[in-house]
Design a protein around this ligand. Structure first.
Ligand code: ARG
Length: 449
């Protein structure tokens, strides 16, 4: 199983959409892995395309390498230069031609242009690396960076040849397209009239490469925003027509948008929301819950992840700080706190000694809770098969609630010795399931809160 997620773009902001893809894709990969699949984690970084011609022109014309190099946020500087290009090109359309020339140089392997592009890649990875390490995200492919689109430049010709040998390519006003039976989808463009390759062509080359690297029985999951749903339908249909895949081998897991409740964030609508700022804000708010900095950082990340994963991917997510960090509700802090509580019961219980015959027999709430705990494996399988992390979060939240009710209504350490043994065991099982579940969700638990 190849799970492809995150897939941000070089020299562009890491968006909230990429954040969702990163969080959800990671969980899908974790769940597949734990249910026995051989999982590869890939990141289809957008590091190629004609926009790099514009960027390179702008850097050479108006930028300063030293300034970008020494900036703590190099991507911000690159984005400003890119915006500057568009403003200038509005007044002077001639610049578009210069940009095209630059992209040609890049494609043909011109050394200086390549070197500058490489720098852009590294500057962006400074930011991505920071975000991935905060979120605890890793990839297995291409030394941990994933295969970016540029990696497939050299394979595009083979793809075009295969498409044309299978009679799938049509000429249309100089461009090459694939048309679909009964026009069930709009045609997919494979090459532009100037011969330049496209996003779709690079995706086809990517999947061809995966087939030849890992064999014909792979399945591929693309975790990408729902705005690309039509595109992935077209892509999968072309791959079926090529005879590469059965429909069940290709899955698009789409996700909805974040809606910002916070005034400060919504007035910036249209502007970029920088993920570093979101993480920093979450950390600042988590530290107000009275935690040391390292725990605050873990609570912050848990809060952001839980807020996303408690919804099904297709749903939009309301981004409301009060809800995200609410200790009482369906939130990351609530989940972490329940684990801390269960652990402290276990620490206080120490080694429990069985008196004549061991734990008391199961009945009442004890039995209900044990029954619910025992559903965990089934829930994980179900969540995995549906690619629905929210099936797991819903279950874990219910378990936490049930445990907290149990904790409040049933004496544990003060019960008679055999009931105490039973309830300590139930507490240990709850803690174990919550921890395993949270781990699958990419959420680390904390010692204290
Ligand atoms: N880089 C793209 C974007 O930001 C997402 C890539 C998704 N994956 C793919 N195989 N096309 O929109």
């Amino acid at each position: 199983m190849i799970v492809e997620y995150s897939s941000p773009n070089i020299a562009k902001p890491f968006t909230i959409g990429h954040l969702r893809s990163t969080i959800i894709g990671d969980v899908i990969a974790n769940m597949l892995q734990v249910t026995g699949h051989d999982v590869k984690r890939d990141n289809h970084v957008g590091d190629w395309g004609t926009q790099f011609g514009k960027l390179i022109y702008a850097i050479q014309e108006w930028g300063s390498l030293e300034e970008i190099e020494s900036s703590p946020r190099p991507v911000k500087v690159l984005v400003e230069l890119y915006v500057q290009f568009h403003e200038a090109a509005d007044k002077n359309p001639e610049l578009e031609n210069h940009a095209r020339e630059k992209f040609k140089l890049l494609e043909s392997g011109d050394e200086d242009t390549r070197a500058l592009w490489n720098k852009c890649v590294d500057w962006s990875w400074k930011e991505f690396g920071y975000i991935y390490s905060k979120l605890g995200i890793t990839f297995t492919e291409n030394n941990g960076r994933g295969y970016g689109e540029s990696f497939f430049e050299k394979n595009l010709q083979t793809v075009l040849e295969e498409l044309s040998s299978k009679n799938l390519l049509k000429q249309s006003e100089g461009a090459q397209i694939v048309e679909f039976e009964d026009e069930k989808y709009p045609p997919l463009m494979i090459a532009k009239s100037d011969g330049a390759s496209l996003y779709a062509t690079r995706d086809l080359a990517t999947d061809k490469f995966r087939l030849s690297t890992y064999g014909n029985d792979i399945s591929i999951i693309n975790e990408v925003g729902s705005e690309q749903t039509l595109y992935f339908r077209q892509l999968y249909e072309v791959e079926r027509l090529l005879g590469w895949f059965q429909p069940t081998q290709r899955t698009h897991v789409g996700h909805g948008l974040y809606r910002f409740k916070d005034q400060k964030m919504s007035t910036r609508k249209g502007n970029t929301i920088w993920l570093e700022d979101v993480i920093a804000e979450a950390e600042a708010r988590a530290s107000k819950l009275g935690n040391d900095t390292s725990a605050a950082s873990q609570i912050a990340i848990a809060s952001l992840k839980w807020n996303d994963l408690k919804h099904s991917p297709q749903q939009d997510v309301i981004f409301d700080w009060d809800q995200i960090l609410n200790m009482e509700g369906n939130s990351g802090p609530y989940m972490l706190y329940t684990v801390v509580r269960a652990n402290s019961v276990l620490a206080k219980a120490g080694e429990t000694q069985s008196q004549n015959g061991g734990a008391a027999p199961l009945s009442g709430e004890d039995r209900d809770l044990v029954r619910f705990i025992s559903k965990f494996p089934e829930v994980v399988l179900q969540a995995t098969n549906q690619y629905l992390p929210s099936t797991l979060t819903t279950y874990l939240f219910q378990l936490a609630q049930q445990y907290n009710v149990f904790y409040q209504s049933s004496p544990i350490l003060k019960a008679d010795e055999n009931t105490k043994i039973l309830r300590v065991m139930i507490t240990a099982a709850t803690a174990q399931v919550l921890k395993s579940g949270l781990k699958l969700l990419g959420i680390q638990t904390v010692e204290k809160m």
